[in-house]
Design a protein around this ligand. Sequence first.
Ligand code: PLP
Ligand code: SF4
Length: 486
Amino acid sequence: MKQSQSQDRVLESANALEMSTASALLQDLADVEAPPALKAPVNDEALVHREFLDAEFWRRIPAFRRVAKAEFCDHRFQIRHSVQTIEQLQELIAPLVPRAFLEDVGAGLRQAPMNLRISPYLLSLIDWDNPYDDPIRIQFIPAASRRLADHPRLSFDSLNEQQDAPTPNLVHRYHDKALFLPLDVCPVYCRFCTRSYSIGPEAGHDKLAAFRASMKEWQPAFAYLASRPEIEDVVISGGDTYNLSASRLRLIGETLLGIPHIRRLRFASKGPAVMPMKILSDSAWTDTLLDLVDMGRQLGKEVALHTHFNSVNEITDITRAAMHKLFQGGMTVRNQSVLIRGVNDEADAMVRLVRQLSYMNVQPYYVYQHDMVKGVEELRTRVQTAVELERQVRGSTAGFNTPTFVTDVPGGGGKRDVHSYDYYDELTGVSVYRSPAVDPDKVYLYFDPIHLLPEAGRRRWAEPREHERIVQEAVEAAGLSALQPA
Ligand SMILES: *Cc1c(COP(=O)(O)O)cnc(C)c1O
Ligand code: SF4
């Protein structure tokens, strides 16, 4: 079903640039015999990241069988048909899956701490012949039979963002950067989301009142940012920038660009991975975003988009076209993945993702060790897995397209290079970190999922009286007993 279009695109760009001299030279090359090879020729498998699904894949879902491309590729169709209840989901996929799977999902959703929301785009990309192993299903649709008990050390708001919030909607943890959270809705809801404590269903308001309300709500955050000269960098996250109307997007962008010491804005959005067509069909929104890029450039400031692809299954030719539009508009796009078991925890999958993103000029920036979040224990991996993946990925492509593997350590220590632990016990799965730039007096701990530990490690965790001792041993082995546990 995949089709390569790269050949056409090379010619297209050559034509677009009218490289007459160069193209003559390139023609001549066809007659030159290639020098002897130093490396074995590559096979097609090595170049799969250049292929983008270009078929009308949504027609596999009976309810979308008659949906034409223009309609499917309109963001309004995607929003209107986003699935938010088990009944809607069952109606769409009942013809494609066994009854037992539907029941499993029904039970999974009843237990899940997160709301359901998935776009028709993603739903159509799931392999319904094998939904249990599908990387998109795993991220958005829980199945009760796969559920595992939470780690005993898991806590509510594991990143401790509330503690670093000077005003509502703002987290100021690091010296020169801040996280602005203007809204609490997303185009989809990811099972693994750290912010599940704040992400919820949309409240129905009338538009003007809502606009005024949000300006008023955001004022303290803007006032704080303006009052802190050390802040140069603002991440606008959420919720999700996709869910900001063009007018709110402009308001936020212009306000922040107008604060002299703010030099860099990053709009965060899952959108390109879950509803890429919006970038092509919602011109008011995209033009606003690209206007902000221009405005920033005039002021000597960078406005970038940070997105969140986790697997190549989320990428199609629509994605390629959308990313191309942003690239042409001069926008830097970077990617932050979450490391998820069964989605991207094998080297082949991660390398292919990194290469395909790079091919679209989306820079792989971070891969996050999965946060300790309620109800998704089966999605986490061991720290050891992240370290091994990093070893395999580094060197497979350009250094500037090589993601840094990080753990956002529980307790508010912020992001730590995953292999920068002071100590890691593979048996008990405890890793011990310091974060001197955030708080030099604290020690931060991350815990591998128990079910993946060696037998002896699992036995120790089975005994609740042992838990405190397991933690103390790790901190002592790190030589950090003098510090305070976060
Ligand atoms: C991740 C994060 C940032 C941005 O950090 P970078 O490492 O620069 O991407 C800023 N503030 C908070 C609270 C964050 O969690
Ligand atoms: S889009 Fe981002 S903020 Fe929203 S649910 Fe997913 S991970 Fe969380």
